[in-house]
Design a protein around this ligand. Sequence first.
Ligand code: PLP
Length: 457
Amino acid sequence: MSKLYPEVKVAPPGPNAQAIIAMDQRHSSPSYIKEYPLVVERGEGPWVYDVDGNRFLDFMAGIAVASTGHSHPTVVKAIHEAADRFLHICGTDFYYDAFSRLCARLASYLPEMGPKRVFLTNSGTEAVEGALKLARHHTRRQYVVAFKGGFHGRTYGALSLNSSKVAQRAFFGPLLPGVIHIPYATPYRCPNGCAPNACGDACNPALALEREWFVNHVDPREVAAVIVEPILGEGGYVVPPAGFLQHLRRICDAHGILLIFDEVQSGIGRTGKMFAAEHFGVMPDILLSAKGIASGMPLGAIIARESVMTWPRGSHGSTYGGNPVCCAAALATLDVVEGLLDSVSATGERLQHGLRELQARYAVIGDVRGVGLMVGAEFVEPGTREPAGAYVAALEQLAFRKGLLLLSCGKSTIRFAPPLVVGEHEVAVMLRILEECLRELPLTASSPNAAVAGVKL
Ligand code: PLP
């Protein structure tokens, strides 16, 4: 197949896109974010086509979901075949092959966790809700430790764990009581303000839990779980320093607390391993998956040690969770992703290398970090090195108009989370467009470039 490039024939949003956007803006909930006016007609691999015939290179995968690329033929075939057989019977109450096979398949990953059991959901947030219920039910304890900058979903339990953007929580209270938020470990910016790499373990937030929280605020015998993203997703694509997760594991073991890894964003091959936990050599008691697990079909999973998933018959269930079509999509997705893991690592290295080259030339890029194809570039004010969210917002818009789909996260980070099928060609094309954007990036709100690019700062 010949190499493809983005093609913007009509400045987006073109007339067809505008008509759909107008209808949407009239009738859809004002809570939707709508990052930029992309109106999709179809997708293929890492390419997305809009309703005006423009072709975009996708480096965000519909928020890290289109793991196998858009409409991967193996996944689409599995969906068609499953849909032809039956659409629903309810996995909570009855049996079917794809449901049982998917539970068995998911339980086979991370053998170091020992025997496991699996509960299937429709989304990441439902997996988080279920894990909270399971942790309380199993331990008979009520408190939960979560992390600043963390994101776990939009339903009440998950929302109560979030601390990445205040708008997600504002005026929805009272939230779930008993959630303790402690800082996430950032290797490049210590929560206590120490210089990078200067403090070692001294400021490790995991240790603060033991030294401060369990001494002054809460008895660890009342803590059911610590829930953590092994790599922070929405909070800014932050890879924690060595030791952070190990300390959490040790503390949980010492106090009978369950360790939950929310791998909704970092799992299913995104980091070059099936789950990010494998990079750190730390195993959780409960692992949560969703997003890329079924290539875009709604599915999530709670994967727990058998000794932990002890809730009895009838204590938790779901009408749709583990729908047969979604299970078939997930099984096909896992087949495809298992074959991509090596190339994800290699392509991810190429991507980080290219971004570091740009960092050397453009002072607005303050940090490049990540694992596999979960990579973030943090933007800063060149003088002060403070996070510069306005550049990121401008960059997203500039890139979109040049046929590149990007998405921000955290305060001032662009995340690069493409479909796992991208290779050297797509990375090279992305880097070239990104550099064009960096050249045009308005440096201040008053820059004449801001007007030229039609960018709001
Ligand atoms: N957990 C993490 C780490 C996530 O990144 C997200 C979504 O971004 C969720 C949970 C919530 O998943 P969903 O949007 O499928 O409910």
